[in-house]
Design a protein around this ligand. Sequence first.
Ligand code: UDP
Length: 470
Amino acid sequence: MPLVAIFGVVVLLLSITASQLSPTLGMSWPSSKSMAVLTRLVLLLTLAPVTHAAWTHGLASHGGALSRRSAVHASAAPAALDAQRGVEAKKRVLILISDTGGGHRASAQAVEAAMNEQQHDLDISVVDLWTTHTPFPYNMFVPGYKFAAKNPLVWSAVYFSTEYKPFYSLLNCQGTLICYNGIRKCIEQYAPDLVVSMHPLCQDIPLKVLGDLAKESEAPRIPFATVVTDLGSAHPTWFHPGVDACFIPSDAVQDVALGSGVAAGQLRQYGLPVRKDFYAEPDVTREALAEQLGVANGRKTVLVVGGGDGVGSLEDIVGTLATRLGESCRDQAQLVVVCGKNDELRRQLESRSYDGVRVHVEGFVSNMPQWMAVADCLVTKAGPGTIAEAAIQGLPCMLFFHLPGQEAGNVPFVVDGGFGEYSEEPEVIAQTVCTWLQQPSLLEQMKQRALEAAAPQATQQIAQDLLAMI
Ligand code: UDP
């Protein structure tokens, strides 16, 4: 049976690969539609027995869990937890993420800090639900995302196939049966007064758990909100009609939400939550900051970022940019490259020598607002968090890569917003950046457009609304 499932998944990957590649290669793919239909049929047929097996297995384990439920719930009840901890009753907020990339955790920390700032008696926990509370292979989302983000065809296969509702429903059904117990235990353990999802895969099962808990205890369901951390496009799994509120950052995401069954009344559009240092007034000058960070004062500064994981062909881009800047702005420019969690990239870039330009290499930094504050422009993959942060800081963006589907909408957000360009070609990227640096009036114009697209109040507004739900 696993072989049958693997066969189905391989057929899916092949068909998506073929239909994605055909326009790029200039090939006509007249049967791509029928191939898609065939693929989905194969998938439905192959996944059905697997789902059936999981259902049988899941029911068996749920049976055991059901008999333990009341005891577990009682021991994790808020009052009991407070007694154990010997603290005054605090309102508990459980923020659910998966640490895929850097954006979900960054936004979660931003919301956590803003809520704590507005109300002091809170106990907020940010939890990577899938890594810490589900069994293999569901606990492998983080390495799985890293692999897929570096292999766009694999990413496309996963992203676009799960946009197909019947296929996603089957996967969701399996996921529920295998992961329900772990996720339920997590929610019971934290005994929250409010659950906030900040990940596209943290809606369905947590909402089911909350619904079941409410039925069993005959109490009102614990409030649940989704805060979408994508910007110009979003996967339909973000949107569940059962949420109490869904916070969205843009009109484009609003369209997906409405098309996915969420009602207009459930939607609140403020912007994407970012950490306070991005929108707070700086308390030091740019010069002082440059000194603190150990970079040259007075040089044009280009910040290069590949998201939390250092994704994209950064080595080529940095090499070409360094060469062109060394030629066109000799000894007047510097590159700051933030490699995120990509240690191999960091080692490669540090082992190179550069001529006519300074190159400063960092790993994962915890002070991104400061790095943005000393930069004249940003070269980045089209990550939603990084773009929202750059907009608030008025930084023009040269985008070099986007994940198919998920980040595609971030490109028009920047390009049509008038504060950046998109190219995957290192030469074009380098030429564009050199042109910007040589035209201060153009940089200033783009800076103004970035500020117009920014939503610096979003984090505080979201925090305020969430607090009103407790
Ligand atoms: N980030 C950071 N330090 C790093 C690299 C990235 O704090 O060294 C942050 C960045 O400021 C942003 C997030 O990680 O908040 C990246 O989110 P984005 O949505 O841009 O991309 P993702 O990594 O989630 O794909």
